[in-house]
Design a protein around this ligand. Structure first.
Ligand SMILES: Nc1ncnc2c1ncn2[C@@H]1O[C@H](COP(=O)(O)OP(=O)(O)OP(=O)(O)O)[C@@H](O)[C@H]1O
Length: 249
């Protein structure tokens, strides 16, 4: 099946600093790709380039077959980007945020979908609340409800569990899994390795903006030589791969 996301030679530089260097990968429908790497590895820069928020320095991004640089509206219609610190309109209520998002994306049955999403995100009853009246976790949930409203084929998430309580975390994991089962492709950046291990089918480990490993956890284990690699936890693999990367010339 055709991939939902295709990334070819993605580079992002801020002046002299090369934050993302030559990333090439694909994500299939129903697949969850985990983006992991140490602080400053280039995860957020990568996600912002994939979402069309930051222009890449070079490389190509295709979302559901649409070239993000050449046909940005068609590509962006198919994706949702959920940042770790979502921003809202101060004077729009929860319900008005859903309405606004629906108008932007042309979602006709938005009221029914919006109600179901508020229920799924445990925000029922908060329809009239302004963002300033929501807790951090509730804001995260509102951002996700708005992001899911137009049923995106590609969902990009930067630290999706920030600020959620244990029940919220459990529900969020189920929501993400459900979107993947329904055929969406997910790219999820997180420092929470147990979450990555639980949800992601494949991992892209980056350090210094470069891909250090790409594959399933078993593939990556198998590629690391020696008996230690075979039974290593994701945390051990992470340390080995990324410290090898940062020591490289
Ligand atoms: N707007 C910017 N201008 C200049 N440099 C930037 C900018 N944004 C990020 N960088 C630099 O690019 C590199 C990658 O940053 P990025 O935020 O993508 O990393 P990250 O992997 O998301 O890190 P973290 O895990 O700490 O969130 C870092 O060296 C950072 O200082």
């Amino acid at each position: 099946m055709d991939s939902v996301l295709r990334v070819e030679g993605l580079e992002k530089a801020y002046g002299e600093l090369k934050a993302v260097q030559g990333l090439t990968f694909e994500v299939a429908p129903g697949e969850v790709l985990g983006l992991v790497g140490p602080n400053g590895a280039g995860k957020t820069s990568t996600l912002r380039c994939l979402a069309g928020i930051l222009p890449p320095t070079s490389g190509r991004v295709l979302v559901a077959g649409h070239d993000l640089a050449r046909t940005p509206v068609d590509a962006k219609r198919e994706l949702a980007f959920l940042p770790d610190e979502p921003r809202f309109f101060e004077y729009l209520t929860v319900w008005e945020h859903l309405n606004f998002t629906a108008r932007l994306y042309g979602v006709e049955d938005w009221e029914e979908r919006g109600r179901a999403l508020l229920e799924e995100m445990e925000l029922s009853g908060k329809e009239k609340a302004l963002p300033g009246e929501l807790s951090r976790g509730m804001k995260q949930k509102l951002s996700i409800a708005c992001g899911f409203l137009h049923a995106p084929k590609l969902i990009l998430l930067d630290e999706p569990l920030t600020g959620l309580d244990p029940i919220g975390i459990r529900r969020m994991k189920a929501s993400l899994r459900r979107r993947a089962e329904e055929g969406a492709a997910l790219v999820l950046s997180s420092h929470l390795l147990p979450l990555v291990e639980e949800l992601c089918h494949r991992l892209l480990v980056i350090a210094g903006g470069k891909a250090m490993a790409l594959g399933s956890l078993d593939d990556i284990r198998a590629r690391l030589s020696g008996a230690e690699g075979e039974h290593a936890s994701l945390e051990e693999l992470f340390v080995r791969i990324t410290s090898a990367g940062t020591q490289a010339p």
